[in-house]
Design a protein around this ligand. Structure first.
Ligand SMILES: Cc1cc2nc3c(=O)[nH]c(=O)nc-3n(C[C@H](O)[C@H](O)[C@H](O)COP(=O)(O)OP(=O)(O)OC[C@H]3O[C@@H](n4cnc5c(N)ncnc54)[C@H](O)[C@@H]3O)c2cc1C
Length: 394
């Protein structure tokens, strides 16, 4: 069959969510084309942290609605076997005196105004939740109990299974080589195997979304950025009951979470290594990198000064100039809907992003306005800059 109601390019956590939502909204013939395998893109590199803490209020809303899905993922997919691998350990975020303090205070207040349960903790209260961490220099500590981490690969594969059950066709090992345009309107895609026709194509290609620029001539302001993640083996446990921790006081704005037993997953939440092209193969994590992050960890988690490196890996972010995604229809290319540029924080938004992109593709009203996320913002200058500067906390 070469005629479809909608075609999705890419089967990461965003594309599979779009595909499921399209089918759940009644689209009958949905095709997903994935050049590799489901979840094999940057989704499988995700640290999996889920929180609604953002300094950009539009992101807070997307994350809040997505959390409601993660909390009842099996119910959402009507599949009792579906699991997000969710660990509901909460999210602690702390800032010392200095430039991050006011943004933190404003963001916590905005979350509360949005109806999200957020507490301001004393250093003593924070220590009770995360005893391996020191909070003596913290001027403000926020705690979001309804937060934690989950498994992005599991979520993508669960979305794919649920979508298949609703009739969606997935073709893996199928690379889209161009969009088929008739008078600059999308009418399908071409792959190495032939042409597939559809009145709407949803591109969820992540770092490979740069291909859209070659295919259509539109500007795709995207830099692939490699980030390094480490699992450190400490002398004491970072249990999964202990919250995710965001250290706004460290040079790298570290984020940390339990990685099971005595291991801590840790990475910097600042800009990474810009790559000249899309490439999510593994890069180097040098001893200098380990020392650089290890020193910051030791500063905050004194017993981890003795930690060893258990494992390390790299992952690539699709970074836009304002560290926020591009979502929705592209007016210059009718029939094209995009979701790219998640800049290291797309997993936590994936349920609702899938829903609104499906709504947009089907010509339905979207649950949240997509204008703030429009591609045009890079032309008009109405950027979605966060208050914390460059980095995935946005
Ligand atoms: C190290 C790291 C840590 C992260 N930590 C977090 C976190 O803690 N919390 C959070 O919310 N987010 C996090 N993220 C971000 C989050 O994981 C991503 O935003 C999300 O997984 C991106 O999903 P995606 O579907 O857009 O992309 P991908 O998973 O990369 O999927 C895109 C797919 O498109 C396919 N594709 C591309 N071009 C074509 C083509 N021409 N034809 C066919 N197929 C094509 C690719 O093969 C790929 O499978 C992290 C990311 C990284 C790298």
């Amino acid at each position: 069959m070469s005629h479809w109601d909608a075609i999705v390019i890419g089967a990461g956590v965003i594309g599979t969510s779009v595909a499921y939502n399209l089918a759940a909204m009644g689209a009958k013939r949905v095709l997903v084309l994935e050049r590799d395998q489901i979840g094999a893109g940057t989704t499988s590199q995700s640290s999996g942290i889920l929180r609604t803490h953002y300094s950009v209020i539009e992101n807070v809303v997307l994350a809040q609605q997505s959390w409601a899905v993660f909390k009842d993922f099996a119910g959402h997919l009507q599949d009792e076997d579906a699991s997000a691998g969710l660990v509901r350990c909460g999210y602690l975020i702390a800032a010392p005196q200095g430039p991050k303090l006011e943004p933190l205070a404003q963001s916590l207040a905005a979350q509360q105004a949005q109806g999200i349960e957020v507490h301001r903790l004393s250093a003593q209260e924070a220590s009770e939740r995360l005893p391996i961490c020191r909070f003596d220099d913290a001027a403000l500590i926020g705690f979001e109990p309804e937060a934690g981490f989950a498994d992005a690969y599991l979520v993508a594969s669960s979305y794919a299974r649920a979508a298949r059950r609703l009739g969606v066709k997935f073709m893996e090992g199928e690379c889209v080589t161009r969009l088929v345009l008739t008078q600059q309107t999308v009418t399908g895609v071409e792959t190495t195997r032939g042409v597939f026709h559809a009145p709407v194509v949803i591109s969820t290609q992540n770092i490979w979304a740069q291909e859209l620029a070659q295919w259509t001539g539109i500007q795709v302001p995207l830099t692939p950025e490699r980030h390094k993640v480490m699992a450190l083996q400490g002398p004491e446990a970072y249990t999964s009951a202990m919250p995710v921790y965001k250290d706004l006081g460290s040079a790298g704005m570290l984020y940390c979470r339990s990685y099971g037993g005595q291991q801590m997953l840790v990475s910097e939440g600042t800009a990474g290594e810009a790559l000249s092209g899309p490439d999510n193969t593994q890069g180097d994590v040098s001893m200098d990198d380990v020392m650089h992050v290890g020193e910051q960890v030791a500063e905050r988690f004194p017993s981890f000064a003795e930690a060893g490196l258990a494992s390390s890996w790299t992952g690539v972010y699709d970074v836009t100039p304002d560290w926020n995604p591009v979502l929705g229809a592209v007016p210059d290319v009718p029939g094209l809907v995009v979701g790219f540029g998640f800049s290291g924080h797309g997993f936590k938004l994936s349920p609702v992003v899938g829903r609104v992109l499906a709504q947009q593709a089907l010509g339905l009203p979207t649950d949240v306005p997509l204008t703030p996320y429009a591609l045009e913002r890079f032309r008009t200058g109405q950027l979605l800059h966060g208050r914390y500067g460059s980095g995935a906390v946005a």
